[in-house]
Design a protein around this ligand. Structure first.
Ligand SMILES: [Zn+2]
Length: 110
């Protein structure tokens, strides 16, 4: 009986040691509320924070706002009036810093 060795190539995942199970949920982000005044050029008004410049968001996140369960946070990267990448809630205008469970920053960019 002959074995077909050429058909049993080692899988790429087994060598790396971080085989990702596609059924595993993505890692949860830990959200820490930020003072928008500290990271965005703008003013605090009675109805929320108002940035000096229009803030461009880069897309909607899977995470929802801790204060607005039905509102998904938006990713905001550094730009003219924004000093730090963060997650923004368009509902309550809160800003959040996101880290992984191990404390490493989730929005760190080179
Ligand atoms: Zn909110």
């Amino acid at each position: 009986m002959e074995h077909l060795a050429e058909n049993s190539l080692p899988s790429e995942a087994s060598a790396a040691g971080d085989a990702r199970n596609p059924e595993m949920p993505p890692p949860l982000l830990i959200l820490t509320e930020l003072n928008p005044m500290a990271i965005i050029e703008g003013v605090m008004l009675d109805d929320g924070f108002k940035a000096d410049e229009e803030i461009l968001s880069c897309g909607q996140m899977r995470e929802t706002c801790p204060h607005c369960p039905s509102t998904h946070l938006q990713l905001v990267l550094r730009q003219k009036a924004v000093k730090l990448a963060h997650l923004f809630c368009p509902q309550c205008t809160r800003c959040y810093h996101a880290t992984y469970e191990d404390g490493s920053p989730a929005l760190a960019l080179p």
